[in-house]
Write a protein that binds this ligand. Sequence first.
Ligand SMILES: C[S@@+](CC[C@H](N)C(=O)[O-])C[C@H]1O[C@@H](n2cnc3c(N)ncnc32)[C@H](O)[C@@H]1O
Length: 312
Amino acid sequence: MSVLTFSFPVVFHTPVLVGEVLSFLPDITDGWVVDATAGGGGHTREILRTGRKVLAIDQDVEAVNELKRQFGTELEKQQLKIAHGNFAHLLSIIKTNKVQSVAAVLFDLGLSTFQIKRSGRGFSFQSDEALDMRMNTEAAETAKDLLNRASQEELTGIFIRFGEERLAAQIAEKIVHARRQKALETTEELVQLVNGVYEEARVHSLMSPATKTFQALRISVNNELNALRNALPQAFDLLEPNGRLLVISFHSLEDRIVKQYFQSQVASGKARLVTKKPVVAGEAEVRSNRSSRSAKLRVLEKYEFQSSQVGS
Ligand SMILES: C[S@@+](CC[C@H](N)C(=O)[O-])C[C@H]1O[C@@H](n2cnc3c(N)ncnc32)[C@H](O)[C@@H]1O
């Protein structure tokens, strides 16, 4: 058995399921691969190595700057284009960048390691930072704005829908009470508040009590699920016949959207599932990169007789 080895630049992010992603790329070698969540460029780099052209998109300007820093040569040779934007607007990004034919679109959802550990934007409850949580720092509303603006009902809904948090109502109530004295500003203040709610309710959690609250806020601030819902049909329409959609998700809310969308395309006779079940990381990858443990890759292939929307 041959062993594939990959090399990645300094740890902006360690990409997951790289060998699997490469093995599922279609054989349409003259089309572009759209890396809709390029982050630190780990997947982009390996896709470029196969000789394919890549359009790398990210909504985080720091990721875009990192991509430009890493890939000067490929940009110059026009093997790579880099775009700052939200994949919710995929069609217009493709048109602006004059990409003529799309062989595959890859989504590797969620946050990069850089965003969690080094961006200073309050994505992690493990360091005390300002409550920002925007992937796109040009977006209007931060987590702090949301926490101090939203009604108790709205906050409860966010914690239920995006965090599946059982103490959603109590956490929302505590936030509204706390902000009457002083606006919530830091991750540490929020962590203490959520810990207090768990203690009062005598609920024990194996993970940190703040995990679900942080996930919910982040999803809400970045409108993540709607962006995904909007992007999938655009990505599918852009594909050439036999082109493929590859999506790596990290939690059940994302995976459900992907699974249902894929099933709807199969049911309407437009595509086939390449992966009957989601592909997950092997033991060795999980050991060397813990964030791969929750990754699920699903792949859909557009049928040959379906046309592409590029240029239409
Ligand atoms: C898990 S990281 C991707 C890592 C990348 N595959 C790599 O190899 O380094 C997810 C990236 O997607 C970006 N992202 C998330 N949602 C996005 C959206 N709606 N539009 C554009 N980029 C998005 C994030 O800013 C982040 O950089």
